[in-house]
Ligand binder design. Structure first.
Ligand SMILES: Cc1cc2nc3c(=O)[nH]c(=O)nc-3n(C[C@H](O)[C@H](O)[C@H](O)COP(=O)(O)OP(=O)(O)OC[C@H]3O[C@@H](n4cnc5c(N)ncnc54)[C@H](O)[C@@H]3O)c2cc1C
Ligand SMILES: *[C@@H]1O[C@H](CO)[C@@H](O)[C@H](O)[C@H]1NC(C)=O
Ligand SMILES: *[C@@H]1O[C@H](CO)[C@@H](O)[C@H](O)[C@H]1NC(C)=O
Ligand SMILES: *[C@@H]1O[C@H](CO)[C@@H](O)[C@H](O)[C@H]1NC(C)=O
Ligand SMILES: *[C@@H]1O[C@H](CO)[C@@H](O)[C@H](O)[C@H]1NC(C)=O
Ligand SMILES: *[C@@H]1O[C@H](CO)[C@@H](O)[C@H](O)[C@H]1NC(C)=O
Ligand SMILES: *[C@@H]1O[C@H](CO)[C@@H](O)[C@H](O)[C@H]1NC(C)=O
Ligand SMILES: CC(=O)N[C@H]1CO[C@H](CO)[C@@H](O)[C@@H]1O
Length: 463
């Protein structure tokens, strides 16, 4: 992970003083601690890795990079996905998921809920309607929001609260599938502008579900990233911390410290490409100016954990869904009407009692609290007699990782005041380009397709 440390004073100075006066003193760096590149990429996840491979290998640019992390479950047959796999010799096949028996329980008590989910044919029917909707507007949002209409021309449906939209279109039956796959809207699904649900569940992913065309690497999801790392490693600085940044129209200068190295390194690049989610915490040492701060200041934080736990008391091949009681008897739209969501589903291999843990919350949750929420969730099942199991059940968390993030601001009139245009006006501003899931639809394939559209524009400015 990439961690940031920066003093409040340098933040104030960078923030308020702008960049007319250089503050990073180059004379303080030994020549071997100065790196000069065309592009420095911050963040080595899906979009950062993709951009690095494309820039250095295909677009003949020199880069400097930071972290690399893990992969996901499945991918869409969309954009550059297949060619990116092929480039690294990643064999893939159709995605198959395990058949699990769902047990819906009350998130507060662990008691089995009297909830009837939509029938499979109803879900399919509703998803087809959603598909028609996202297909109609796809050009406005994918790849990326470059063509998004100005405030007075935004389609009204995008601004409609999702709950109203769903009722009007009578597509309630699509809701459980949309939220299970995307995790969208914890605590606020019904009031989200429909546009934000489109961002979380757009055309490519909907097609993947309706047509059953998801793919997955044959060996592992991380192989792609391992091979990309092997290829790029000369230009990668893992576990680095940004200390200070100066950006202006002529280029960027970033001071980083890597791992346990004591010396700081000065990276001078013509352009920066930022890929992590743009929270105030992440951006602290990146020297936001007033214009950037106005765009990023009021994004909505969201807490999310994914992990694997051994839970011997839950029957194999089940999926426990913790839902608010309001879903009874068949109120699909209420499925996220609770400040957190939790699900536990068998992962296999058989006999090991392993469950994938997915936890989302609209309030701050630490690692310790996340673990505690899982353990107490399991104890509730036992106390409520849902599992036909008495006695102690030892929950052993094997892995747990945070996927927290920030979402677009949610004040009623944000979109109507041209938020999307203001966001995209930052592209190229102060020699800085931006990619990653905060800028487009949120799946790997979408992020890769969008990254190509950013690189194309970035490179034009280097000509
Ligand atoms: C539980 C879960 C399941 C998912 N399943 C799927 C799936 O099946 N299929 C799919 O297509 N998509 C899936 N996704 C979405 C997918 O993970 C994202 O689309 C993709 O990772 C987004 O890429 P990104 O580059 O924006 O962000 P990331 O891949 O998260 O990369 C951001 C990188 O920046 C680093 N970073 C963070 N902060 C800083 C900082 N301050 N400075 C420097 N670096 C920093 C991070 O460590 C990370 O390496 C899933 C997501 C989650 C959370
Ligand atoms: C890549 O850049 C180098 C150095 O600028 C140049 O010599 C080389 O011809 C370029 N290659 C391609 C394929 O553009
Ligand atoms: C789903 O199937 C049931 C019976 O199998 C049928 O009554 C119902 O009309 C179907 N619904 C849709 C939306 O096709
Ligand atoms: C979190 O979700 C709850 C339940 O839906 C809601 O009442 C509350 O306002 C949400 N909080 C935030 C900060 O969105
Ligand atoms: C990252 O760097 C810190 C020191 O800044 C060190 O303690 C830690 O072990 C490093 N982690 C990895 C994975 O290299
Ligand atoms: C769970 O499903 C797998 C196949 O996916 C099967 O091999 C296994 O026997 C099942 N376990 C139980 C307890 O039914
Ligand atoms: C518990 O037992 C009841 C009655 O035999 C059964 O209907 C139910 O499915 C069992 N629950 C689990 C989780 O196996
Ligand atoms: C371009 C760049 O920063 N390259 C560096 C990547 O990281 C390795 C190891 O820290 C350095 O040796 C490279 O110089």
């Amino acid at each position: 992970m990439f961690r940031m440390r920066v003093s409040a004073i340098s933040l104030l100075v960078l923030f308020f003083a702008g960049f007319a006066h250089a503050k990073i003193d180059e004379d303080g760096f030994e020549p071997e601690n100065i790196i000069q590149r065309d592009v420095v990429i911050v963040g080595g996840g899906a979009s950062g890795t993709y951009a690095a491979v494309r820039l250095r290998e295909d677009l003949n640019t020199s880069i400097t990079n930071t972290t690399l992390e893990y992969g996901v479950q499945s991918y869409m047959h969309y954009g550059p996905t297949v060619s990116f796999f092929e480039r690294f010799g990643i064999e893939f096949g159709p995605f198959t998921s395990r058949r699990l028996t769902t047990i819906n329980v009350d998130v507060e008590t662990g008691k089995r809920l009297d909830y009837t989910p939509p029938a499979a044919n109803e879900t399919t029917e509703a998803l087809r309607k959603w598909l028609q909707f996202v297909e109609k507007y796809n050009d406005l949002v994918e790849p990326g929001f470059w063509n998004f209409p100005p405030p007075d021309q935004i389609p009204a449906v995008f601004l409609t609260p999702f709950g109203e939209f769903v009722q009007h279109q009578k597509i309630e039956a699509a809701v459980p599938r949309i939220v299970t796959i995307s995790g969208v809207g914890v605590g606020s699904l019904q009031i989200l502008p429909t546009l934000q649900v489109v961002q979380a569940f757009g055309l490519a992913v909907t097609k993947g579900v309706v047509e059953g065309t998801f793919i997955q690497p044959k060996t592992s999801n991380s192989l792609l990233y391992q091979r990309a790392y092997e290829l790029l490693k000369e230009d990668v600085r893992l576990n680095s911390t940004i200390h200070e940044t100066e950006r202006d129209h002529s280029g960027v200068r970033i001071v980083v410290k890597s791992g346990s190295d004591t010396a700081k390194t000065l990276i001078k690049a013509k352009r920066a490409l930022w890929t992590p989610f743009p929270s105030q915490y992440n951006l602290k040492p990146f020297g936001q100016d007033e214009k950037e701060f106005q765009v990023f200041r009021s994004w909505v934080p969201e807490w999310s954990y994914v992990g694997v736990a051994s839970i011997p008391c839950i029957p194999e091949n089940s999926s426990i869904q913790y839902l608010p009681r309001e879903v009874e008897p068949s109120n699909h739209l209420a499925i996220r009407h609770y400040p957190h969501s939790l699900s536990l589903g068998t992962t296999g291999p058989s006999g090991l009692d392993l469950f994938r843990v997915m936890l989302g919350a609209n309030y701050s949750v630490t690692y310790e609290e996340a673990e505690e929420m899982v353990t107490s969730g399991v104890q509730k099942l036992i106390a409520a007699g849902t599992l036909n199991y008495t006695g102690h059940c030892e929950v052993d968390m094997k892995a747990l990782s945070a996927h927290n993030g920030v979402l677009w601001p949610r004040q009623d009139d944000t979109l109507e005041h041209g938020f999307v245009q203001e966001l995209y006006s930052l592209q190229g501003y102060r020699s800085t380009w931006w990619t990653g899931r905060s800028w487009c639809e949120e799946y790997s394939s979408n992020v890769w397709a969008f990254t190509d559209t950013v690189l194309e524009r970035l490179l034009k400015t280097l000509e």
